[in-house]
Design a protein around this ligand. Structure first.
Ligand code: FES
Length: 105
């Protein structure tokens, strides 16, 4: 993993307990803001089928896929049960001032 931090958005661009899509270099990601104001990053597409998770629902630390309701813990990427059985890739995210940064390599 490289140590290059990519500027994703402002901290206020994502509501608490919500998710935002972020596209970078032909790849797509999902960036989350938890209810306790922490930020996390995962691959954008569900590991079951190619559906973007940013269209899904955030509940506590879970992202629910909009297509078949597969669930993942967005802090760890861990799949929470069928039909989503393959874990999501996660990426380091940090806040620098009012900006959200992510390492995507
Ligand atoms: S596409 Fe996400 S659970 Fe099926």
């Amino acid at each position: 993993m490289s140590n290059i931090w990519i500027d994703v958005c402002g901290t206020e661009d994502i509501d608490e307990e919500d998710v935002m899509r972020f596209d970078y270099n032909d790849r797509t990601f999902a960036v989350y803001r938890s209810a306790d104001d922490e930020f996390f990053g995962t691959d954008g597409n569900c590991t079951h089928e190619q559906v973007h998770l940013a269209d899904g629902l955030v509940m506590d630390h879970i992202i629910e896929c909009p297509k078949h309701n597969g669930r993942f813990d967005y802090r760890t990427g861990k799949a929470q049960g069928a039909p989503a059985c393959i874990n999501l890739q996660t990426y380091p995210v940090k806040v620098d001032g009012s900006r959200v940064l992510m390492q995507v390599e």
